[in-house]
Each structure stands twice: as C-alpha cells, then as structure tokens.
Design a binder for this molecule. Structure first.
Ligand code: E4P
Length: 218
C-alpha cells in the first residue's frame, strides 16, 4: 500500500519524506487555503514546490465545475510537472473530464467519493485513483471503512485498474483497516502516520535496554 500525505504544508511534507516511506501527496483547495496560498501564480508555484520535494504523485485539484473549464485547468495543472495528478470532483462533468483527460494520458484522481456507485463510474471513466472519504462518512454515522472493503471487492471482481486511495483519514486505525481491506493507497495527515510508529511498550522496552547497557558499561 502506498502512503501519501494529505497536506499542502511544505515542512510536514519534508518531514514525512525524510522518513523514507512517502509515495506522494494530496492537496485540496481547503488545504491550500490553510497554508495561505492565494492567487493562481502562487498556487501553481506551490504545486511545483511540492513536486520538487516528493518523488511521487501529487494531486492538484481543479476548481472549475464545467467540462470545458475542468479540462483546460486539468491540462494546465498536468503541464506543471510530471508528478501532477489532476484531482476532479465526482460530478457529471467531472466524469466527462476524467474520460477526456485519461484519453490524453493525463492521470486523474476522482475526489469526493462516498458510495460504491460513484467508485464504479469513476473507474469506468478511467480514473487513475478514486478517493473515498472515510472520515467524513464516519462523521455522519456511516462506516467509511466498509465502503473501502466493498469498493476493493468490486474492483477485484471486475479487474478495474483504478487505484483506491483512502482519503479523509482521521486516525492510525483508518490506515491499518485500509491496508486490511485492500486500499492501494492511503492519504493521511502526518500525525496519523507518525502515530503508527508509537507504542508504550516499545518506549518502555527501549528505556530498559539503554538503562541495562549503561549499568554494565558505566
Ligand atoms: C484528500 O484527497 C481529501 O481531500 C482529504 O483527505 C479530505 O480530508 P478531510 O475530510 O479531513 O477534509
């Protein structure tokens, strides 16, 4: 399973990249706004800056909602850097845009997926990735992880090459269950990735080993 970081924060992207396990980055307009990135020129430069840090796919989201504007925006984003994957919302014109961009060999990530039907139609249109939002489903009392399991089963049965990118990850258990249920990728905040590393028994065991070594070698 690939690990993407879900942020536009360059310091966090560098920190995750230095772990040596980072395969890519996802951004969205909310994450870009959170970093205070304003205006088209600054936004484009920020995507290039991210691509220059990480050797992997970087999702950059269109902000148009009609077919013509989405494909124009998508082609512009894809032209910025070879790592860019164009993120397209799950709407009718979005499906047409995914079909068009994939026919031009431009990789896409269909975002805001909340049902198996949406996943199937995005895969049928040729999306490189689909992003089911597990945390936002959990937030409204649906089981986000169950959606990952169902999509993984359908994609396996049908042989769809589209990769399942579990998004809206809120905790390390979402990452573990994504791996268990067959997601190809997770995109997560840095905090949930780092939380996978920690265990109190590891800390306790290491402290004991170092103390015993010090006793003998002092
Ligand atoms: C990533 O592709 C999504 O935009 C992101 O994971 C959404 O996460 P959120 O539900 O925490 O905003």
């Amino acid at each position: 399973m690939k690990f993407f970081i879900d942020t536009a924060n360059l310091a966090q992207i560098k920190e995750a990249n230095e772990l040596g396990i980072l395969d890519g980055v996802t951004t969205n307009p909310t994450l870009m706004a959170k970093e205070g990135i304003k205006g088209e020129k600054a936004v484009m430069q920020h995507y290039i800056d991210i691509c220059n840090i990480v050797d992997g796919d970087v999702s950059a989201e269109v902000i148009s909602t009609d077919f013509e504007s989405m494909i124009a925006e998508g082609e512009k984003l894809a032209g910025l850097h070879e790592n860019i994957v164009v993120k397209i919302p799950m709407i009718k014109d979005g499906i047409k845009a995914i079909k068009y961009l994939s026919s031009k060999n431009i990789r896409t990530n269909c975002t805001l997926i909340f049902s198996t039907g949406q996943a199937i139609i995005a895969a049928k249109a040729g999306a490189t990735y689909i992003s089911p939002f597990v945390g936002r489903l959990d937030d409204i009392s649906y089981d986000g992880m169950q959606l990952i399991a169902e999509i993984a089963q359908i994609f396996a049965v049908q042989g769809f090459p589209t990769q399942i990118l579990a998004a809206s990850i809120r905790n390390p258990v979402h990452i573990i269950k994504s791996a268990q249920y067959g997601a190809h990728v997770i995109t997560s905040p840095l905090s949930s990735i780092l939380a996978l590393i920690n265990h109190p028994l590891t800390d306790k065991g290491l402290a004991q080993f170092l103390a015993d070594h010090a006793k003998v070698n002092s």
